[in-house]
Write a protein that binds this ligand. Structure first.
Ligand code: PEP
Length: 259
């Protein structure tokens, strides 16, 4: 049984004041849950978030939204995986479509980052997803398998299943309000799981595959109820602690149903 995982991706949003308000409000809503929850915040706010999560004793793991593809040295402006680990991060999002599209990250860059993240003890959330054009051309499966295979070639299926997760995020569904239907998403998730399983059957059953793309409290239960969807990577809705908490509660209620 895979434990569900719900991850917030705050992107380039937040301030000292609004982050504090978010934590305070979230703390009024929950103290514990069985599902795993992580918040990925901008680099500069990670120490603040770590302190406030600890002070409020919240069951939230801390994550970064990106990391460097280099380990150490003369890379001005970069933040290494070991630095993230050093300040208390447990998770890191790698290969988000905004990084691939706006900052030119290649499959090879993503694979390098995932490898370094694991070496530093971080758990990478490997994002894959097709653009609208790729979807319309019928290339979804080819694109997401190519993106995933670059990572599996670099770190292996078993390591990723043990120490990371995959997020399927169709680019056309991110921040657009258009969500993949549960059937559309499940189809791709099953293909991704098969890809991992074809390399290592235990890893295929174990790996958590999150769905991301305009997830809201109102559509989360249909998505999370699918066999191969193990939780969500949440952008816009995660900026509001009540909405994010409501999505966590959906994952929690499905976990209780299975138990
Ligand atoms: C994301 O960017 O990871 C994401 C899923 O965004 P949104 O939920 O806003 O579509």
């Amino acid at each position: 049984m895979r434990n569900r995982l719900v991850v917030a991706n705050w992107k380039m949003n937040g301030s000292l004041a609004s982050n504090e308000a978010w934590i305070k409000e979230y703390a009024t809503l929950t103290k514990s849950q069985d599902v795993e929850v992580a918040v990925c915040a901008p680099f500069v706010y990670l120490p603040q978030m770590r302190t406030q999560i600890n002070e409020a004793t919240l069951p939230i793991a801390l994550g970064a939204e990106n990391c460097s593809a280099y380990a150490v040295g003369a890379y001005t402006g970069e933040v290494s995986c070991s630095m993230l680990s050093d300040i208390g991060c447990q998770w890191v999002i790698v290969g988000h479509s905004e990084r691939r599209q706006l900052f030119g990250e290649t499959d090879q860059d993503v694979a390098k980052k995932v490898k370094l993240a694991m070496e530093a003890g971080l758990k990478p959330i490997v994002c894959v997803g097709e653009t609208l054009e790729e979807q319309e051309a019928g290339n979804t499966v080819e694109v997401v398998c190519r993106q995933l295979n670059a990572v599996l070639d670099a770190v292996g299926a078993s390591a990723l299943a043990e120490n990371g997760a995959i997020a399927y995020e169709p680019v056309w569904a991110i921040g657009t309000g258009k969500t993949a239907t549960p059937q559309q998403a499940e189809l791709v998730h099953a293909v991704l799981r098969d890809s991992v399983e074809s390399r290592d059957s235990v890893a295929g059953k174990k790996i958590r595959i999150l769905y991301g793309g305009s997830v809201k409290p109102s559509n989360a239960s249909d998505l999370f109820a699918c066999n191969d969807i193990d939780g969500g990577l949440i952008g816009g809705a995660a900026l509001n602690p009540r909405e994010f908490h409501a999505i966590v509660c959906v994952a929690q209620s499905l976990t209780e149903t299975v138990i």
